[in-house]
Design a protein. Sequence first.
Length: 102
Amino acid sequence: MSDTIGSLIDKLFTVDMKMWNNQEFLYEARRMTFEEFQQKFTENEDKQKDLYESIKKCCDLNFQRNQLIDEIDETFISILSLISQDDDLDLSQLLQRKHKTY
């Protein structure tokens, strides 16, 4: 079963929150002068690794974010296409009920 718009937006929100949390580290580096940056990150290998991992994670999350945005756009286009092709379309056919297991 394909994702619903709601589940795609939920995934997008989750990725955005992870990205926002991860970028806090980058904003700290952004506020530094070059000399402060050098002192903090070039003299300490653990800090270098943290910065590298943060940059890498932000890139990966941004890629996921863009894929989800494209998928949401495609889903909207598919729904609008179905609606425009069939005047008698029962919109309830477009719903995907969730099965709760609690």
